[in-house]
Each structure stands twice: as C-alpha cells, then as structure tokens.
Design a protein around this ligand. Structure first.
Ligand code: SF4
Length: 470
C-alpha cells in the first residue's frame, strides 16, 4: 500500500487541546452575546417535534443564499407533518423565478421519501441523513444533525472555509478536494462537544458578520488570539514600526512553512501579499468563464375568449437545466447560424408543435434577451407569431398549454422567460397599429397535461396560506 500522506505542519492544525478549548469558549460566549435573531433559530430552539425541527433545518439549508421567501420553505416542510407531498408542479411554482429549481425539486424528493419510506421519521445522524435523503449533502447533513439533533459533528460552508483558512493560514486552493477534506477534519476537531449546533452556527455567524470577505473586523473578533493570519499582520506591523524608529527588527516567526512543498500554504508563485493582510486567505482561484448559448424562442400568441392575449407555454424535460419548468417554445441554436437559418429552424420546430406549416418569414423578430445562469451565458433570440384560426396542438409532444398573462406569471416559468415576455410586450407597445384579434374558439386550446384552470394555483396558494392565515 502507498504510504499515508504526511500530516500537514502544526501551524495549519488545531492540535493543542487547551487552545481548542479556549477557542470554543470565546466563540460561544461571543455568539451568546451577539447572535442575530433569525427565525429558524427560534424554531430550532423551541420546536418540540424532532421531525419538524429536522426538516425545517433541511429547508433552511436548502434555502440559504437563495432569497427564497419565508413562506415557501415552511410550506415545503409542512409536507412532513401533514403527510401531504406537494407535486413537482407546485414545488416549481414555489421556486419559480428564484433560479434554484433543482434545490426545490430535491427538497420535495426528500420530503416524499421521509413521508413514504421512512414512516415520517427524519434520520438523526449526519451519516444517515446524507445517505438516505436525496439532495442532502455533507454540509446540510452536518447542520441538521448538530443543530436539530445535537450530534457533535462539524459543518463546512463558504463562511466556515473563510474563517478556518484565516485561522490557520491556509493559502492552497480552498476549493480543491484535498483542502476541503482538511477543513472538514478541522471543523470536526473544533466543534464543541456539548453545544455542537450553537458552535457550528457561531462559526458560520462569525464568517457572515465579522470575518467577512473584503474588510474583516479583526479588532472585534472573539478568536483573534487564535488566528494565525491576524498574528502575521500584527507581527508585520510591529516589525514595520520598529524599523521606523531604527530599532533592531525582530525576525518574523510566522512565515510560510516551506517553499513549495506544504500542501496547505499559498503556492510558491503566489506568496503572502502584505497589502492584502488577512484577506490573503482563502486563496481565490479564477472561475471558469460561463458557457455561452443561443436559443431561439417564440412567443406564440392568440386571442382568448375575452379578447385578452393568450400564450403557448410548453414544459421542459424533467431533468437538466430548468427541469420541469414551463417556457415559450424554444430551440437551442448553433453559435454561428445566420439569421435566416435561425428563423427556418424555429419555424420547423413550431410546425412540429402545431401540426401545420409555419412560414419562417411570418416570425416577427422582437430582439435579444440575455440571461446569466450560474454557469451559462444565455442569449434568447426572441420572435413572436400571432395565430389566427384553430390550432390543434400535437399531444404526442411534451405537455403544453395556453395561458393568459396572469396565468403565465403564476406558472412555474423561469425569470428568463418573464424577461422574454417583457421584451415582447415592450415591442408590442412600440408598434403603432394594434394587432388584429383572432377568432379562435377557447374550447380547442388546452392540450397535453397542462390546463389553464386557475384552480390549481388557487388551491396551492390556499394550502400555503392556511397555517398563517388570521
Ligand atoms: Fe477573521 Fe480577523 Fe478573526 Fe482572524 S482575526 S478570524 S481574520 S476576523
């Protein structure tokens, strides 16, 4: 067997039990004094039902950083108590426009599994949570197990990475699996045995409020005495001031471990930069540029029975980007396609939906809409087409339905599609002559699995409002 890798130098570890004890005490005392009043903390502290506590933490972890409105996540974890699983459609509607569709979907799958396969009982340890619940990764499992069930297990999120890298001068790429593993080891060593949930929240809170990315408040930091990055900055300041007064300078004793062979120090080519101070850590690694994509999309419009416009939306496949969401009929395009070819391809695509010829020149160009997903720079080339007369949609294709503008906005459509509709409306307002209405009968329009019946949305809203309605 290959020899085990040598342990990292002591300056990157928490190997002194007395120091670990002191750090825990300082951090928890600060947390007790300064913690923010966050709604889920009250829930974690006061909710007597262990399953509700646990699932609330799943929902919290899944929603962190997403801007998900307060009502959506409790509504999801209500599934656990009511034993009523929301449908994928309903979950998509809750999360629509927030850009985190797959999280909402996985949260729903986890709820479904707890309800249907685990007899409504949340797993209680980090290992079981990660193993048994879809979408529950190492961080979420650690957070639930420590905060809701008191297991002495650490957590590592973006805030914790930053704090630990500064505490222990870790300048190697903090997104690399080997460094991440070291940080998990460290978090597991540090976590307080009697108050693990509070300790983990304190470490995350420190990163969110004091040890912030750009201008950390080291002067107010409760653990600065244990922080190697801060000590290095202090030594440099002392060194500089002694030099200024002509005193013999002491030799700084907080240099990097060695040149090039420490797996946790900054790379030899990018040494400590005094002008950055503690923000030398964690080391930023250049992000990959987003992939660029072009997609042709068409706002297909007809007049509804009251003369108001209605639009055709179709459902995306149940996996991949924007899984299960609804959109205007769209078609990915090759990057270097001529406009004429784009139109032709889009016309062919629409023809498949509508089962009748669509003339490429009948497509009106509206403009381009750019939307940035986390890893994709997407350009939608927007066209529109007004339909007159009956159209029989092809039910063999994906689900599709006609929706009014109001229904469009309450459907599970992405933010990008809302931008597309906005561009279309703006274009229409600019046009001087009004569009002639269609005589198409309403009775022939709903096709596929979808429906324009507003009852679906109403019943969902009623369900969500029920627990808080006065
Ligand atoms: Fe972060 Fe500064 Fe505290 Fe160190 S002393 S942990 S760098 S805030």
């Amino acid at each position: 067997a290959p020899p085990a890798p040598a342990p990292p130098p002591a300056r990157h570890l928490f190997s002194d039990p007395a120091e670990v004890e002191a750090l825990r005490g300082s951090l928890l005392a600060w947390y007790d004094r300064c913690k923010r009043d966050l709604p889920w903390r009250a829930l974690a502290a006061t909710e007597p039902d262990a399953n509700r506590r646990g699932y609330a933490e799943v929902a919290n972890a899944a929603g962190s950083g997403t801007g998900v409105p307060g009502g959506a996540l409790p509504a999801l974890w209500l599934s656990i108590n009511t034993r009523l699983c929301l449908s994928e459609q309903e979950v998509n509607e809750l999360w629509a426009g927030l850009g985190y569709y797959s999280r909402g979907k996985r949260l729903q799958e986890a709820a479904r599994k707890v309800v249907s396969e685990l007899a409504g009982q949340m797993p209680r340890t980090a290992e079981d949570l990660q193993k048994l619940l879809p979408g529950v990764g190492r961080y979420t499992a650690g957070a639930i197990a420590s905060i809701s069930y008191g297991q002495a297990t650490g957590v590592v999120d973006g805030n914790v990475i930053r704090v630990l890298c500064r505490l222990r001068c870790i300048g190697a790429d903090s997104s690399s699996p080997s460094v991440i593993d070291r940080l998990w080891d460290m978090a597991n060593v540090l976590v307080d045995r009697s108050r693990p949930g509070d300790f983990n929240q304190a470490l995350m809170e420190l990163g969110a409020t004091v040890c912030v990315p750009k201008a950390p408040l080291c002067g107010e930091c409760p653990v600065k005495q244990h922080c190697q990055a801060w000590r290095r900055v202090e030594k440099e300041l002392a060194f500089a001031s002694q030099k200024l007064f002509g005193k013999p300078p002491p030799v700084p004793d907080v240099e990097d471990c060695g040149v090039g062979d420490c797996p946790l120090c900054p790379p030899a080519m990018e040494p400590w930069d005094s002008s950055l101070g503690v923000t030398n850590f964690p080391r930023k690694v250049a992000k990959k540029p987003p992939r660029t994509m072009r997609t042709a999309t068409c706002v297909l419009e007809q007049r509804g029975c009251h003369g108001a416009p209605e639009y055709l939306i179709v459902q995306r496949p149940s996996s991949g980007l924007l899984a299960g969401l609804w959109e205007f009929p769209s078609l990915p395009l090759a990057q270097d396609l001529q406009e004429e070819k784009e139109r032709e391809k889009l016309a062919d695509h629409l023809q498949a939906w509508m089962g009748q010829p669509v003339a490429a020149k009948g497509l009106q160009f509206i403009g381009e809409v750019i939307h940035i997903f986390s890893h994709i720079h997407q350009t939608y080339v927007v066209y529109s087409l007004h339909l007159d007369g009956d159209v029989t949609l092809n039910p063999a294709l994906s689900p599709c339905r006609w929706v009014t503008e109001e229904e469009f906005h309450s459907s599970a459509v992405s933010t990008a599609m809302k931008k597309v509709l906005k561009a279309h409306e703006k274009h229409r307002r600019k046009e001087s002559s009004p569009v002639k209405g269609s005589k198409r009968k309403r009775g022939a329009k709903a096709q596929g699995a979808g429906s324009t019946c507003p009852g679906i949305q109403l019943s969902l809203r009623a369900f969500l409002r029920a627990p808080t309605a006065p």
